[in-house]
Design a protein. Structure first.
Length: 753
C-alpha cells in the first residue's frame, strides 16, 4: 500500500530526530515516517493551533516554537480518582534552551532578569474557525527551570513542570486565628481601628505584641498565665488568664472624631472574679478622662467615668449582664450627645443573635481621643481570660464583625471558599446554592481550610484553566443537571472506555465526627450502616461484608452528622461499574475541529455531567451517566487526546417537591414479582412487603426487573399485591422473570445531604 506523503510543521531544519518541536516556520516530508515505532498520524490536515505563553515583565510572551514535540504537552486537572482530593493541576513539557534564554542566571539570555520562580504560564488551543478565540487548557506557574544537556552540549533543554495555585497554597503556614484575621483583614477592615492587641502570645513572652503595624506592644506587669485558655473562644488562639497581672498599652495619636469604642474578649469563671475588679480601663483626652469597666458579684458589670483630675462623673452601678461562666465580647462606647456623652456598655456571646445593652449619659463632658488602655489595671482579675483588645475612633453595633467572633461558624461552604479567597486576593469561582453549614474556622493552611469546605459539603474543589485561581462547585450545583456532553459509543466517539467492577470505593459503615462549633472544640459522632442490598454489610453473597470508615467533618451542628454519615454510606454503595477513564482522540473524524462534539469536549468542565449512549452489547444497555471529577490531556502539533476521570451521576438525582421539571419519584421498598412472568406479558403482579404501595397518580414511570427496563402505564389495587400494566423491553432486553424478582425504579430520586 502506498502512503500519501504528509507535511508536518514543527521540526528544526537539518536537526536530528530528538529535536523536533512545536514550530510554525519549517516543514519536512514525513513519507513513511515513524516515531518510536508508531506511524505518525496524518490527521489533522493542518497543524493543531497550540499555544504556550509565559508572563514576563507584565506581557505574555509566545514560546510555542521553543516547546519540543518529542515529549508532548501533558496536562492534568482535578482528581485522579474517586477517593482522592484534587492535587495541583500540572503542565509538563520540554523547552529548547539552545540559545540559553531559559537559563535564568545567564546574562546573555534574552529573558535575563525576567525569568524567575513561579513565572506564570498558560497553554491554549485556538479555534481554527476563529483563531482569535482561544480555548485555555491550563494556567499555572513554573516553580523551577532545571537546566539539562547531553554529553555533546548539542541538545540543551529545560524539562519544566508548571503547577496550579494549589501547589503554593499547600506549602504555606497555618493561618492565624479567625478573630485576628478579622481584625487585620485588608479585605474587610475594621472601621477606624487605631490599636489592637490579640494577646495570643506564647507562654514565655515578656510583652503583649500588637496586631497592627505602628502600634507598640503592651507592657506586662505582674504574673499572668499566658497561652493557657484555648477552649473559651474558638475564634482565637490560646489566651492568657490574668492572674495578678496587668497589661498596659499606648494608643497611637490619631485624628479626633470625639468617638471612642474599646472592645475585648473575656471569659469569666463560673464563680466570678473579685468584686469591683476593673476589667479594662481607657484614658482619654476629653474632659471625661478615664473610663473603667468593672465587675461586681453575681456576674454584673458596670462603668465608672472620671474627669482628668480623678473626680467621679458617673457610676452606672451594677448592671445585670450575668457574665459568670460565660465567654463574651465586651464593648464600651462613648460618643457626643449635645453637650453630654452618651455611653453604651454591651456584651455578645459568640453565636448569639441578641446581646446585652446598657445606655447612660455623662453630662457636660467631652470625649476626645483614647490615649492609653489597660487590662486589669488593679491586678485583681485572677481567673479572667482576656484578649483581643481593640480601640476604634468610631461607634458601631456590637454585632459588627460577629461572624469573626463565632469563627464564621454557620457560614455556608461555598461562601467560606469565596471569603477566604477574597481575603487572600486569590481569584475564585464559588457560586452559593445552599451548601453545607460549616463549623468554626480553625488555624490551618488555606488549602486545608478550603478542603474542609469540600469535605463538609461533598463538593468539588479544583483549579481554573482560565486564570490562576480556585473553582469550587457545591454539591447542590451538581444535582439533577442536564447532560453537558453526550458521546455515542456505537459511533466510535470514544477512544478509551473501560468499566471497572471492584471494591475500591465501597463504603457501607460510616462514622462521622464533628470537629467545630461555637465554643466547644469538637462535637458528637453519628454512625450509619447499609444493612441491605448488594453492597451491604451482609456476608456474601447477600452483601459484600463490612467496609467501614471514620470521617471528621467541620460542620456547625451535631444534628448534621447523621446526614453526613448516611450520604457517604449511600455514595459508597452505588451498585454501578466505575469509569475512571473515558477518553477521546481528536484525531477521529467525529471530533474534528468544526464539529459540535469537539467544542463540547473541550469546554466541558469538572463537575459537569457526561453521558455515553449506545454502549456495547456486553454492557448493560442503558446510557451511562457520569460526573467529571478530573481530566488528563496530551497534545502536540499532530495529536491530541483528552481523558475524563468520572464518578456515577445517579446519586445526584435529587428529588424536588412540586417541581415537574425534575424526577421527584422515590423508590418503593422490598417490592417483588409475585409468580413467574414470561417475556411478552404486559401485566405484572407486584407484592410490596413493606406495605408502601405504588401509584400512577403522578404519571407513568420506568422500573427495572432483572435488567429489563419497563414503563408502567397503569397501577391497579389498593393493597398488596398490585397489578401493573407495562410496556416491555424499553432497553431492548427480552427475558422471562422469576418469582420474587426485585422491582426498583429505573431512575429514583434521592434525599440530598
Amino acid at each position: 500500500m502506498r502512503h500519501t506523503a504528509a507535511h508536518v510543521t514543527g521540526w528544526i531544519d537539518a536537526a536530528p530526530w530528538p529535536h523536533h518541536r512545536l514550530l510554525h516556520s519549517s516543514t519536512i516530508d514525513l513519507y513513511n515516517a515513524w516515531e518510536s515505532g508508531n506511524f505518525v498520524s496524518t490527521y489533522p490536515a493542518a497543524n493543531l493551533p497550540i499555544g504556550v505563553e509565559i508572563l514576563l515583565g507584565g506581557a505574555w510572551i509566545d514560546i510555542t516554537n521553543k516547546v519540543y514535540y518529542r515529549d508532548k504537552i501533558n496536562l492534568t486537572r482535578g482528581r485522579t480518582s474517586e477517593r482522592q482530593t484534587a492535587d495541583a493541576q500540572q503542565a509538563t513539557m520540554t523547552l529548547d534552551n539552545t540559545d540559553g534564554r531559559f537559563s535564568a542566571r545567564n546574562p546573555n539570555g534574552i529573558y535575563y532578569g525576567q525569568l524567575g520562580r513561579n513565572t506564570p504560564l498558560r497553554v491554549f488551543v485556538s479555534d481554527p474557525g476563529a483563531p482569535w478565540a482561544r480555548q485555555y487548557r491550563f494556567y499555572g506557574e513554573v516553580g523551577e527551570w532545571p537546566l539539562k544537556w547531553d554529553t555533546t552540549g548539542t541538545d540543551i533543554y529545560v524539562p519544566i513542570t508548571a503547577a496550579g495555585i494549589f501547589r503554593r497554597l499547600g506549602t504555606g503556614s497555618a493561618f492565624r486565628s479567625a478573630y485576628f484575621r478579622g481584625c487585620t483583614s485588608a479585605a474587610s477592615p475594621i472601621t477606624l481601628l487605631q490599636a489592637y492587641w490579640p494577646c495570643e502570645d506564647g507562654a514565655i513572652s515578656t510583652q503583649i505584641a500588637a496586631g497592627l503595624s505602628g502600634v507598640a506592644a503592651m507592657t506586662i506587669v505582674g504574673a499572668p498565665v499566658l497561652a493557657t485558655d484555648s477552649a473559651s473562644f474558638l475564634c482565637s488562639d490560646a489566651l492568657p488568664t490574668m492572674g495578678t497581672a496587668t497589661f498596659y498599652g499606648t494608643v497611637p495619636n490619631h485624628t479626633s472624631t470625639n468617638n471612642i469604642q474599646v472592645r475585648m474578649l473575656a471569659a469569666f469563671p463560673s464563680g466570678g472574679i473579685t468584686n469591683n475588679a476593673v476589667i479594662f480601663r481607657v484614658n482619654a483626652s476629653g474632659t471625661a478622662g478615664r473610663y473603667d469597666v468593672y465587675y461586681t458579684t453575681g456576674g454584673n458589670l458596670g462603668v465608672k467615668v472620671y474627669d482628668r483630675g480623678g473626680t467621679l462623673l458617673k457610676d452606672t452601678g451594677a448592671i445585670g449582664f450575668a457574665v459568670n461562666g460565660t465567654a463574651v465580647r465586651i464593648s464600651l462606647q462613648a460618643s457626643p450627645s449635645g453637650g453630654d456623652i452618651a455611653i453604651t456598655l454591651a456584651t455578645l456571646v459568640p453565636g448569639a443573635t441578641s446581646g446585652g445593652f446598657w445606655n447612660d449619659t455623662v453630662t457636660s463632658a467631652t470625649v476626645g481621643i483614647s490615649r492609653t488602655v489597660a487590662i486589669a489595671p488593679q491586678k485583681d482579675c485572677s481567673g479572667l481570660t482576656a484578649g483581643h483588645l481593640t480601640v476604634q475612633s468610631t461607634v458601631t453595633s456590637i454585632f459588627t464583625n460577629d461572624d469573626q467572633l463565632r469563627a464564621y461558624a454557620g457560614e455556608r461552604a461555598a461562601s467560606r471558599v469565596a471569603r477566604l479567597c477574597t481575603e487572600e486576593s486569590i481569584a475564585y469561582f464559588s457560586p452559593e446554592n445552599g451548601s453545607a453549614l460549616m463549623g468554626a474556622q480553625g488555624q490551618k493552611t488555606l488549602l486545608e481550610l478550603l478542603r474542609e469546605c469540600e469535605d463538609a459539603d461533598d463538593g468539588l474543589l479544583f483549579e481554573s484553566r482560565d486564570f490562576l485561581g480556585v473553582y469550587y462547585q457545591a454539591r447542590n450545583n451538581m444535582s439533577t443537571q442536564n447532560a453537558d456532553i453526550t458521546f455515542n459509543y456505537a459511533a466510535a466517539d470514544l477512544s478509551t472506555f473501560e468499566p471497572v467492577d471492584d471494591d475500591q470505593n465501597i463504603v457501607n459503615d460510616v462514622t462521622t465526627t464533628r470537629t467545630g462549633g461555637f465554643t466547644a472544640s469538637g462535637g458528637s459522632s453519628a454512625r450509619f450502616i447499609i444493612t441491605t442490598g448488594t453492597l451491604s454489610t451482609q456476608a456474601p453473597p447477600a452483601g459484600v461484608g463490612t467496609y467501614a470508615t471514620n470521617v471528621e467533618v467541620n460542620v456547625q451542628f451535631d444534628a448534621q452528622l447523621i446526614d453526613q454519615a448516611s450520604w457517604r454510606a449511600y455514595l459508597g454503595t452505588v451498585d454501578e461499574a466505575r469509569y475512571p477513564a473515558i477518553g477521546v482522540d481528536f484525531g477521529r473524524v467525529n471530533l474534528a475541529p468544526s464539529t459540535t462534539l469537539n467544542k463540547q469536549a473541550v469546554t466541558v468542565e469538572i463537575s459537569d455531567r457526561l453521558v455515553v449512549t449506545n454502549p456495547p452489547a456486553w454492557l448493560p444497555p442503558d446510557s451511562i451517566s457520569q460526573i467529571i471529577i478530573g481530566m488528563a490531556e496530551q497534545m502536540d502539533q499532530r495529536t491530541r487526546t483528552l481523558t475524563y476521570v468520572c464518578v456515577p451521576e445517579s446519586p445526584y438525582r435529587i428529588g424536588v417537591y412540586d417541581n415537574s421539571s425534575f424526577n421527584s419519584r422515590y423508590d418503593g421498598t422490598d417490592s417483588k414479582l409475585s409468580g413467574v412472568h414470561d417475556s411478552v406479558t404486559t401485566t405484572l403482579i407486584v407484592a410490596s412487603v413493606s406495605g408502601t404501595l405504588w401509584t400512577i397518580a403522578d404519571g407513568s414511570f420506568d422500573i427495572m426487573v432483572e435488567g429489563e427496563r419497563m414503563t408502567v402505564t397503569n397501577v391497579v389495587g389498593g393493597s398488596s399485591p398490585q397489578t401493573f400494566t407495562v410496556t416491555r423491553s424499553v432497553n431492548g432486553i427480552v427475558k422471562t422473570h422469576n418469582d420474587c424478582a426485585a422491582i426498583v425504579l429505573f431512575s429514583p430520586a434521592h434525599w440530598s445531604l
